[in-house]
Design a binder for this molecule. Structure first.
Ligand SMILES: C[S@@+](CC[C@H](N)C(=O)[O-])C[C@H]1O[C@@H](n2cnc3c(N)ncnc32)[C@H](O)[C@@H]1O
Length: 239
């Protein structure tokens, strides 16, 4: 799967895209990520990507020309005319695990990162295919939002997660929350891990995990329980 990020601040993305699971996924060519600097698509000598808002008021607005030019360059160079163009915005559809699963089916995604007071509205009207928000709060820019969406989508790509840290059973993937996890030591500062987990009894461990997932979903996110059946709770045995 291919990801393209259009940003005026490419350095904001460097760290998270070059560590851990995403780094390995890139090295193994399971995903390709291209970060495009908006300033490379400007035509004035100051390489400006923003300007004052018509009508006055505080804050700067990202100009439409470099964004259109950059996205059209990506569409042409990478033959991605049909790819979804996602404008990061606190006003967009709220990103969820369901949306991550849907986006993970796409061959490529193009993200536009806003900044300052926002993006010229014509980008939303005539270039973006959709707007995505990562929650009801306002960030300084869309880079972190694009990273959040990419991270959630990348870990769903076949082969990215090994069997041991598979996405099966993660919170929301089963329309509930995940069960509690423990590792060595068996006793830490006098706190013991639940006895059943060291019993070696696979059926009992699976039953404990199902009950645990159900109980914590009920206690913390009862809203997720609507429209779900008992089998939605994790049945996978990862012992
Ligand atoms: C300071 S925000 C602009 C907020 C805008 N004035 C508003 O109130 O809707 C700058 C940029 O950060 C990004 N951004 C901020 N909050 C976001 C969120 N919750 N989800 C996705 N992107 C967000 C968007 O790209 C946005 O254009």
């Amino acid at each position: 799967m291919q990801f393209h990020v259009v940003t005026g601040f490419p350095k904001l993305l460097a760290g998270p895209l070059s560590e851990s699971i995403i780094k390995r996924a890139r090295e193994r060519k399971l995903v390709e990520i291209f970060v495009h600097d908006l300033r490379d698509h400007t035509t004035d000598k100051h390489r400006s990507i923003d300007d004052y808002p018509f009508g006055g008021g505080p804050g700067m607005i990202l100009k439409p020309e470099p964004i259109f030019r950059c996205v059209e360059h990506i569409q042409k160079e990478f033959q991605l005319a049909g790819a979804r163009v996602i404008l990061t915005s606190p006003q967009g559809e709220t990103f969820t695990q369901r949306k991550a699963n849907a986006l993970a089916q796409e061959p490529a995604l193009i993200f536009i990162c806003g900044h300052y007071k926002g993006v010229d509205e014509r980008v939303r009207e005539h270039l973006a295919t959709e707007e995505l928000s990562i929650g009801d709060y306002v960030l300084t820019g869309g880079e972190l939002a694009a990273l959040v969406v990419m991270d959630a989508v990348i870990r769903l790509q076949p082969g990215v997660l090994g069997n041991l840290d598979s996405a099966v059973g993660d919170s929301f993937q089963t329309s509930g929350l995940d069960y509690a996890h423990y590792t060595r030591p068996e006793v830490f500062r006098s706190h013991r891990v639940p006895e059943v987990l060291i019993s070696g009894h696979h059926a009992q461990i699976a039953a404990w995990r199902r009950a645990e997932a159900e109980a914590r979903t009920r206690a913390r996110r009862a809203d997720l329980l609507q429209n779900r059946t008992k089998s939605d709770f994790l049945t996978e045995d990862r012992t």
